[in-house]
Design a protein. Structure first.
Length: 90
């Protein structure tokens, strides 16, 4: 069976953009070519992306949305009032 599969290369791993209908541990052959239909991709700062991925992957814990909401609910008054007061706006 032959399929053309689009993938993203991240952290040394090719990640398919759609499900592959393969048996677990199936051996495959890859022919890799960059997607020329992605204009501007050569302008992406690959070193910055690697740095950002490394920093993100090294985080101990990323708070869940519920955890953020819980913390924000402990702020007295409203966030808008706090921002206005901090800026000295009326």
């Amino acid at each position: 069976m032959t399929q053309q599969v689009d993938a993203i290369y991240e952290n040394g791993v090719l990640r398919p953009l759609q499900p592959l209908h393969l048996k677990e541990a199936a051996r495959v052959q890859l022919l890799v070519s960059e997607d020329a239909s992605n204009p501007g991709s050569e302008l992406v700062d690959q070193e910055l992306l690697k740095y950002a991925f490394a920093r993100t992957n090294s985080l101990i814990a990323i708070p869940t949305l519920d955890e953020v909401r819980t913390k924000l609910s402990q702020v007295p008054g409203s966030m808008a009032e706090s921002i206005i007061a901090e800026r000295g706006e009326f």
